[in-house]
Design a binder for this molecule. Structure first.
Ligand SMILES: Nc1ncnc2c1ncn2[C@@H]1O[C@H](COP(=O)(O)OP(=O)(O)OP(=O)(O)O)[C@@H](O)[C@H]1O
Ligand SMILES: [Mg+2]
Length: 293
């Protein structure tokens, strides 16, 4: 059933049209995805990586699904610069399943216009109710013709069985490479901070924003102070995300700090706050923030 080596997995992905990698933390998803990009480039294809891992991002900043088109191996050196972004608003995918799944599907649609092989790298939330729900709906909308499930022991068998039974998915399972060195929690946290830092690098500008430019719409009478520190997606008028911003509230005015003022038509509210000095993030519940419930 499953082939064992990473190279074999990468070749299998490079021979498909839309491939999705699933697996728990540190199972080698990203390593294999990038290897598949190399193999595909060698074969003269134009691979596109859709990075749906909003917590430990490879393409673009955390809290977003990023897409990168590879026209040559040189593009592998600029992974943090996405060709396209979709805002999700959290680094914890199980909290915003709808936004997360829609963002991934939207990026896959766009990827199909720009390349001939789509590789979807996913979050490590791959089992349990949240993980299974995410993978079910991602598979439903993105329609991968090949899913590679990496696992320790048999941890992915339930989700794999479900994807086969309900969606007729073609899934190959493979054991995680025992040589693999897991990322320490510290290193993981540092990677995330750096991801936010890169996305919110100078030259930053502070724009005054009207309370009417948000999605979702702010309730009438909201104390705008409550939005201080909230992460936002800086949006264009076609559903795309231009980059990240952080709200601040001073002297009765709401402002957004961002490096992507050009083309901004609105701001999508995230479900987290970000400290612009430390790039530490905290989770917020939007409904609670807006309505106090
Ligand atoms: N064949 C290998 N041998 C040794 N180390 C490896 C191998 N493949 C990957 N690694 C290392 O193991 C770690 C995890 O790999 P990778 O990032 O590909 O996993 P992942 O499943 O994408 O993890 P995450 O869930 O955090 O996104 C990385 O630090 C990577 O450098
Ligand atoms: Mg990864």
């Amino acid at each position: 059933m499953g082939e064992q080596s990473y190279e074999a997995q990468a070749r299998e992905i490079a021979a498909s049209d839309v491939a999705m990698l699933i697996g728990g933390l540190d199972t080698g998803k990203t390593t294999i995805a990038l290897e598949a990009v190399r193999v595909a480039l060698d074969e003269g294809r134009t691979p596109v990586l859709v990075d749906a891992d909003v917590g430990n991002s490879t393409v673009g900043p955390p809290a977003c699904v990023g897409m990168k088109v590879f026209r040559s191996k040189a593009d592998l050196a600029t992974l943090e610069q996405p060709d396209s972004l979709h805002f999700v608003g959290t680094v914890t995918p199980s909290r915003l399943v709808l936004q997360h799944v829609v963002a991934t599907a939207a990026m896959v649609d766009r990827a199909k216009e720009q390349g001939d092989l789509i590789i979807i790298d996913t979050t490590a939330v791959a089992s349990g109710v949240a993980g299974e729900t995410l993978k079910y709906h991602k598979t439903e909308l993105c329609r991968p013709d090949k899913i590679v499930a990496l696992q320790r022991g048999e941890e992915m068998e339930p989700v794999v069985g479900m994807l086969r039974r309900f969606l007729g998915a073609e899934v190959v399972t493979a054991p995680t490479d025992p040589e693999l060195t897991p990322l320490s929690p510290d290193a993981r946290a540092r990677r995330r901070l750096e991801g936010f830092e890169t996305a919110l690098a100078e030259p930053l500008e502070r724009w005054k924003v009207r309370p009417t430019v948000f999605a979702p719409t702010l309730p009438v009478g909201l104390n705008l102070e409550r939005l201080d520190g909230v992460l936002v997606g800086v949006q264009d008028a076609s559903g795309g995300c231009l980059g990240l911003g952080v709200l601040s509230h001073q002297e009765g005015a709401l402002r957004v700090t961002t490096n992507v003022g050009e083309g901004m038509t609105g701001l999508r509210l995230g479900s987290m706050k970000l400290d612009l000095d430390t790039f530490e993030s905290t989770i917020v519940n939007l409904r609670e923030l807006m309505f106090g419930i």
